[in-house]
Each structure stands twice: as structure tokens, then as C-alpha cells.
Design a protein around this ligand. Structure first.
Ligand code: SF4
Length: 478
């Protein structure tokens, strides 16, 4: 697979989802990985008697930040600049890409080592760097697998979750030229370590995203499990961080809450093995030049929508993806965007002003599992319904809307309702097939109604309705 996951060019969710449902290996890999993470998550969350209070604290911190985002962004810029960093503002993905390419060229390097970052995936930074003659090396193990396998991420925390160990081994054997590579996890980790070490020591420019930006200190926080991120933060001479403006936290102390919520929700860990926070530059240690690119890319439009604003509270833990019955069946690529699962279903249409992702708000059973696990209590089903309303408004008067209007008129009058039932019973006769028990089923409906029978059979209408039966009993109930 090559190219990028871009909602503007990807086919709609129902089409890709159908293909994915036919890939039994992919479904097995996704189910296994999400089961393992969910079990670990449930165990470590169960250890916290104050988990619900912690979630509420997380929600309040994030909501307060979004309500005062302009204030905290300016505070962040002041403090980052004071500490020796340089802040750049990017209106959209194109501007962010241009700024980063120019900064890398300025650093005198034609290579960069990268820390896992969904924001750089969102803006398709790697193809832009390559087009400018700059080679990006992913250093996160999962991102490295994706890069070497010329694949796309399918999960925000575990991008290569759709691959099993054997598939990863084959990629390493081919791309690292290691035909004798063993298949134990240790063998794969050793191969990746050797492959990356040389890059860490040679490449002079590092590129990161940010888990959080801290307004009070002007600092940036990255949490990770492998330590590769920390190598990218400390070894290069120039460090460039690309972050969405939604990543801000007001105070240093807020980390106390989010650093408990995120690792438990993301990978079922009590704490991330590596928590790195850096602020500006220091003459004795770390990179000599530090730039942070603060990117809007439609986030202020999301902020302006009071009902959908909570989308920006997301801390990208991926728990909603693991819990979602739709994601668990289709995997991430069906969403046509780097943000998959429930968070993708609400974030992508808003980042794209809906035009290119109108099917995503419908890629949900609205079961609420995502809301239950979200560490900052984002009411994803509520936002999905809000976005469905927007889709309907955007589409204008459709055949579906007219049909619903007619249905409404039928339901408003008992006489019309009874007439519709009589007509329905007559119309269904040629479509009904009896099963072994003599029960009638309809497996195909014509036209627009066909969507209903595409994935399920419809039982024939009862010969007698409850109301008819009730009336036949008479007033004395016999
Ligand atoms: S919506 Fe909630 S559960 Fe999903 S990734 Fe964001 S913070 Fe995590």
C-alpha cells in the first residue's frame, strides 16, 4: 500500500469497510490486539478508587482550556520564547508543512529523525519532506513498521496494530536485509534497535509532535514507552515540534491528572516508562535550536461550534477505538483518515468541514462504549448525532428526508397508519419466503428500502396487529 490516508481522496467508509470485513487476518489481528489492551486497561483502571473523579478533573481541565484557548496560547508563546524557543503559527496543513521544510533546510540537514506524532500524519508531513529532498526516519517501533512496510497507521496509539508478528518479521527481513531474522519479540526489537541506533547518532535534526504543551512554563511534554522519543529530543542539534493548538494545558500541575489518565487508558499501563518535558534551550544540554509550530488546521472552527467543541478535549489515548464494536470489525483504514474509530468519526469530518467525510458520523452503532472509556468524558455519541444533523442539513432536501416526512404524516393519523399497514401487508406478499418453521422472511426490498435488507432479513408483518387483537377481546377482556 502506498500514498496517504486522506479523506479527500479515500472512498467512503461503507465501501472500504466492506473490503476490510472480508480480510479475516486483519480482523483477527485487530481483535486480538484490542482485546489484550482492553483487558489490561480494565485491570489498572479498576485499581483506582477515584477513577471517576479523575476523569471529571480531566474533563474540567480540558474544557476550561478550550474556553480560554486564546489566553493560554499567548501565555505559552511568551514563556516558550523567554526560554529560548521560537514559536511559529500555522493556519493550515500547507502552511505547517512549508514552515517545517524551511526549518529543516535551515538546519543544514537533509534527514530528520521523527518521534511518533499523529499531527505530522494528519498533515502528511513525510511526503512533503521527501518531495523537498529530506529523508524522514520514523523511530517509534510501530511507526517504523508502517514506514518500512509502506503502509498506513490504523490506530492512534498503536499504528501497526493490524499487523501480527510474522508480518512484521517479513517486513524487517526484506527492508533491513536480514533474511535470518528470528521471530521472537526480542529478535524484532534488537533488529529495530540496531537499525535506528546509527540514525540517532548521525542525524542532526529531530522532529516531534506533542502530547501536551504547558502554557505556564512554555514547555512541551512527550510520553512514550520505548525511549526512542527521548533519543530524538536530546541528541539532535535542532528540534522542531509540530503541535495542534488544542494540545495546551494551563499549568504544570495539570500533568498530575493527565499523566494518570492517559497511560491507563491508552495501553493499560500505570505510568508511561518515559515522560519527557523540555522547555526552550539550554547551552549545556540538548538541542541548540528549538522551534514549535502551533497549527490551527480547522481547530478554531471546531472551537466555535459549542456542541462539538468537546472534540478538542481529546488526549489521543485511543481507548475509544479499542472499545468500539465498529472499529474492532473494520480496523482503522476503513475510516480513510489517520484518525480512526470513534474519535476519527467525530474529528475527521470537522477537520474536513464534512465535505469529504459525510459517511463517518454514521460509522457508529451509538452504543456509548466510547463515552464510557473516554478518560476526559467526551460524549462522542452526542457529537455524532450533532454531526449527523449537519450532514442532513448539508445534503439539503433528499429522498430520505422526504420519505421521513411522509412517514411522520402517516404516524400522526390512526386512520392513515391503519391504511399503511393494510397496504404494507398486500405489498409484501410477493417478497415473503417461508423458513422451515413456517415463519415468513423478506430478504430483499426494492429501491431505497434495500439498504435495510442488505445486511439483515426482515420478518413479514403479523397478520393481526396488537391493536386489532386488543379490540377483538372486547371491553370485558375476554
Ligand atoms: S476521544 Fe477520548 S477515548 Fe477517544 S482518543 Fe480521545 S481521549 Fe481517548
Amino acid at each position: 500500500m502506498s500514498g496517504v490516508l486522506d479523506p479527500r481522496t479515500s472512498p467512503p467508509f461503507p465501501i472500504v469497510a466492506k473490503t476490510m470485513l472480508g480480510d479475516s487476518q486483519l480482523r483477527k489481528n485487530v481483535r486480538h490486539a484490542t482485546d489484550v489492551i482492553q483487558t489490561k486497561r480494565a485491570r489498572v483502571v479498576g485499581e483506582m478508587p477515584d477513577w471517576q473523579a479523575l476523569r471529571e478533573a480531566g474533563r474540567q481541565i480540558r474544557s476550561h482550556t478550550m474556553e480560554n484557548l486564546d489566553f493560554y496560547l499567548e501565555e505559552l508563546e511568551r514563556n516558550c520564547t523567554r526560554a529560548g524557543g521560537v514559536v511559529h503559527w500555522a493556519r493550515d496543513a500547507e502552511e505547517a508543512r512549508q514552515i517545517v521544510v524551511a526549518l529543516v533546510k535551515e538546519s543544514g540537514s537533509d534527514e530528520v529523525i521523527k518521534i511518533k506524532s499523529m499531527t505530522t500524519e494528519e498533515i502528511h508531513l513525510n511526503p512533503a519532506l521527501e518531495a523537498a529532498g529530506i529523508h524522514p526516519y520514523e523511530t517509534d517501533l510501530a511507526e517504523l513498521i508502517i514506514q518500512l512496510g509502506e503502509d498506513w497507521p490504523s490506530h492512534i496509539v498503536v499504528p501497526a496494530l493490524h499487523k501480527n508478528r510474522q508480518q512484521i518479521r517479513e517486513i524487517f527481513q526484506k527492508k533491513m536485509n536480514l533474511p535470518e531474522l528470528g521471530e521472537r519479540p526480542q529478535d524484532l526489537a534488537d533488529a529495530a534497535r540496531m537499525f535506528l541506533r546509527e540514525k540517532f547518532l548521525r542525524v542532526k535534526t529531530g522532529l516531534s509532535g506533542a502530547n501536551f504543551l504547558i502554557a505556564e512554563t512554555g514547555g512541551v511534554c512527550i510520553i512514550e514507552s520505548e525511549g526512542n522519543g527521548r533519543m530524538c529530543l536530546t541528541l539532535p542539534e535542532t528540534l522542531i515540534t509540530v503541535a495542534g493548538i488544542d494540545k495546551v494545558l494551563p499549568r504544570y500541575q495539570d500533568l498530575e491528572v493527565v499523566l494518570q489518565l492517559v497511560p491507563r487508558s491508552a495501553t493499560g499501563e500505570r505510568m508511561n516508562p518515559y515522560n519527557s518535558i523540555w522547555t526552550g534551550v539550554n547551552a549545556k544540554d540538548g538541542p541548540r535550536n528549538f522551534h514549535v509550530v502551533l497549527m490551527d488546521n480547522a481547530r478554531t472552527e471546531i472551537l466555535a461550534d459549542e456542541e462539538a467543541r468537546q472534540t478538542l478535549n481529546c488526549v489521543r489515548c485511543g481507548a475509544c477505538q479499542n472499545a468500539c464494536p465498529v472499529y474492532r470489525q473494520t480496523g482503522g483504514h476503513a475510516y480513510g483518515s489517520v484518525y480512526a474509530g470513534p474519535i476519527g468519526a467525530i474529528l475527521t469530518p470537522q477537520l474536513q468541514e464534512m465535505h469529504h467525510a459525510q459517511s463517518l458520523p454514521y460509522a457508529s452503532s451509538l452504543c456509548g462504549a466510547c463515552y464510557e472509556v473516554c478518560p476526559v468524558k467526551i460524549n462522542i455519541p452526542e457529537v455524532l448525532i450533532h454531526l449527523r444533523n449537519k450532514v442532513v442539513e448539508q445534503k439539503g432536501v433528499s429522498a430520505e428526508a422526504l420519505a421521513m416526512k411522509m412517514m411522520g404524516m402517516v404516524f400522526m393519523s390512526e386512520r392513515r397508519f391503519r391504511a399503511a399497514q393494510r397496504m404494507g401487508r398486500m405489498a409484501e406478499v410477493p417478497l415473503v419466503r417461508k423458513d422451515g418453521q413456517g415463519v415468513g422472511w423478506i430478504g430483499w426490498l426494492p429501491g431505497m428500502l434495500g439498504g435495510w435488507t442488505q445486511v439483515r432479513d426482515l420478518q413479514e408483518m403479523p397478520k393481526e396487529t396488537f391493536r386489532d387483537w386488543w379490540e377483538k377481546r372486547g371491553k370485558d377482556g375476554k
